[in-house]
Design a protein around this ligand. Sequence first.
Ligand code: PAF
Length: 269
Amino acid sequence: MIIFKSINRLNKEVNFKANIGFVPTMGALHKGHFSLIKSSKKKCKKTLVSIFVNPSQFNKKNDYKNYPRNLKRDIKILKILKVDYLLIPKINEIYKNKKNMKIKLNKKDKILCVKYRPGHFEGVLAIINQFLINIKAKFMFLGEKDYQQIHLLKKFIKSKFKTKIIPCKTVRLNNSLAYSSRNFLLSKNEIQKASLISNSVRSFYLSIKKNFRNKNNINEIKKNIESKRIKVDYFELRNKKNLSKKIDKNNFKIFIAYYINNIRLIDNF
Ligand code: PAF
């Protein structure tokens, strides 16, 4: 595995004419990332992973400070997974060109996490913009746990870059809680608590699939979760293609964002 500490150097040394798969990450790698890497290795000739904890996508300073980091372990794992290239860029290089970092979202997109994490997705779009200006990968692999991220990035890069996004299925712990780097911040008990929420959201999803009218129980289910002293940012049903509120039996998804002991988790079914 070749490790690059600068995008500039990577850009000079990697042949992007070859079929290259790009897996952007913020490190603290887990099984969700492993599955993205495996998909890339299957589809592409070479796989490039990036690790960059992007400050501009954190809307709270403490969240950025406390975000799990374990670079040594990550590098070890990436070598075992036989990743070809690893990019660990420096903050200075990324934020050198401020012009590329100013990105605005449409009013229509101000839903779900956009509403609750001001500035977050602007930061995500800006860093991916910065990457794709140099990294001319054929495919970029992203996990469906961050469904809204995929939705916004697809729209954003469509007219700007040739890179195609490949959404990959959410990987779950014991078929329940979605893998997330933030899970490293949870105790065993908290993981269990979060798993119960995943299970209840999944059961709700299945009950709607069985009988669409069950969607009307949404407030009851939300209250039930909140009664366990869990703060819920949102719990909503949305169209799985365009995230509008127009849903029917075959095109809906449930989205949730909630806190376990100040750690914000998201999921969708
Ligand atoms: O999903 C993530 O880990 C991040 O938002 C991403 C796509 C690597 C951008 O920093």
